[in-house]
Design a protein around this ligand. Sequence first.
Ligand SMILES: Cc1cc2nc3c(=O)[nH]c(=O)nc-3n(C[C@H](O)[C@H](O)[C@H](O)COP(=O)(O)O)c2cc1C
Length: 415
Amino acid sequence: MRDFTPVLLHPECQVGADLAAWLAVGGGEGLQAALDAPGDVVAELREAELRGMGGAGFPTWRKWEAAAQAPSASGDRYVVCNGNEDEPGTFKDRHLLRWTPHQVIEGALIAAVAIGANHVVLYVNPHQDDSLRSVREAIAQWQDSVLFTRIEQTLGSALQLSAVATSGRYIGGEETAVISWLEGSFPFPRRKPPFPAQSGVSGAPTLINNTETLANVPHILRRGAAWYRALGVAHASGTKLYSLSGDVLNPGLYELPMGTSLRSLIFGCGGGMLEGKAFKAVFTGGPSNTLLTAADLDVALDFDSVRERHSRLGTGAMIVISEGTSIVRKVAEYIEFFAAGSCGQCPPCKGGTLQMARLLDRIDTGYGTQDDLRALDNLCRILPGSGRCGLIDGAVTVVESSLRTFPQEYGLPSC
Ligand SMILES: Cc1cc2nc3c(=O)[nH]c(=O)nc-3n(C[C@H](O)[C@H](O)[C@H](O)COP(=O)(O)O)c2cc1C
């Protein structure tokens, strides 16, 4: 692995809620650049090739452009930093919000300047109470700062900057559920379109970005798109945070150049497998994605290369499994999580996840029959696309991937 200085996890950035300390290490310079030329921000993000770190890897500039251009009947416009982070194996956003809230808030403030928003909301999971406290302290310091006054002058209106505790539910992180919650309702997802950038909180254009996505923005505006792109390996741009967990010697949060190999992450940063066991598989990008195996260890971890292996980089959660661990058991646990997290609005999602969890449990405990396997396979065909949000699709993806990759564990012949 080449020499690399972390950006988001740079020790200088870990200043907690101390705004003066953040400004002393170059914080605020990105915001200053945005205030000097608000119209150039979207183009800079486009050139930097920044993509969403909340799961889908959607080009960030496209959303920002859409939110800036969408008409607003009320005159309101929202920026929301999504810090719900409630999926098993993901623990990056809580770290950023707890230890380096200013780089996240500065990213959200730059978004407000770029799209002309008069509301910025930091949406933080209350189960991570240290993060929520840190964000609240940090917000109070921004509100008293000279830079904040300059933002309001540039916007020509008052700016509401606030922290909102999420429902603490997994489903509450889905972007349309975020909107429902901010409007005072239960976090039920809605059908798209309209997309939040067109019609979000109370019908106003709403830009929703993941915490890690926004944390990158001040650095890009401060040092330029070319600098950011050059951080990545080969064609990949920037860096990525990885929540590495499971059967590795050194689980933890790592930042690596985008495009670093999966092998370097697991065997370099992670120190290899626990107790010298053999590597079996990794749930790449969290529990709602396709499994990668030993044959994929040299894949470059960037959005496009991982997608070529029919998987997704997702949030960068990497849950590593060693030989001797039952894939069926792991998948059963994740499907139970999805069944509990399904909001119940779409019967195929609630019923489908519960039924898949029941079938997986029967198979794992030795009570499964060929009919159970056929039923599981059928559900994988029927359920995708049957929900308002992506929960059911993610749940099916992991079941389908485990059936295809480890058929022998289900008592099926290997292909
Ligand atoms: C069930 C479900 C839960 C989600 N939870 C989160 C979450 O906790 N944090 C997050 O940033 N995105 C979450 N997402 C993705 C968001 O809907 C949205 O795509 C993301 O916040 C956009 O940010 P980005 O463009 O910066 O990646 C979730 C999606 C689904 C389907």
